[in-house]
Design a protein around this ligand. Sequence first.
Ligand code: PLP
Length: 266
Amino acid sequence: MSVEAPAVAPPRVLTIAGSDSGGGAGIQADLKTMLALGVHGMSVLTAVTAQNSLGVQGYWELPAEAVRAQFRSVVDDIGVQAVKTGMLASIELVETVAELLSDVRAPIVVDPVGVSKHGDALLAAEAVATVRESLLPLATLATPNLHEVAQLTGITVLEEGEMRPAADALLELGPRWVLVKGGHLSGAAADLLAGRDGEEYWFRAPRHDNRHTHGTGCTLASAIAAELAKGRELPQAVGAAKEYITGAIRAGFALGAGIGPVDHGW
Ligand code: PLP
């Protein structure tokens, strides 16, 4: 039997992020999501974490030169139809990535990763200002959770009614759209998508009593990037990605002694 290559290549999506040795978050979650959603996933690795279900035991950044070289290899030959950024670790890497992305015309989804669910820092505290000033203005969409909202804007959101002013403060930092993820509030998981032209969309999903949610942020941002690469408009891409992450959380499973990953095979 001969196997022929498909005539048309799938949409190409690039993740610029860190590796999770436990396979639940980071680059591993990104590539699994992209495979599940039918796009070709590519990666620029920024850092290597030693990580499992109990937390992050350590991480090592790659040199800026290695980040630059990976990016040029991918973009100059293969090209990208959407980009997603995740763990960027340091001021130097945030600056490097911002400089590389300034020429990209494809949609850019910035997941402003700060700390893991276990409370381990994945971004140096002094690099938050660089994310705010250099990276967010380049974002088509930024996808902070409430902890990252507080880091970036100083606004603490304690209830759903406080999400809109937080979104406005984030939009002032320059992204075209912002998705404020309310998953850490009690009740149904509500996310607010707000746009610079006054757009407002709410996405709600029933809360699943499943503690195995490692990798949710990475997965959601990658799913949005994948849907954008397929040509969906941004609100529709977020809607489809929200459906994907809701299924993946429902199917999250125990692994190791701590918090297991969301599942991509549901
Ligand atoms: N490890 C890496 C490399 C990540 O990029 C992230 C999140 O972006 C995490 C860990 C944290 O994942 P979680 O907060 O879902 O545990």
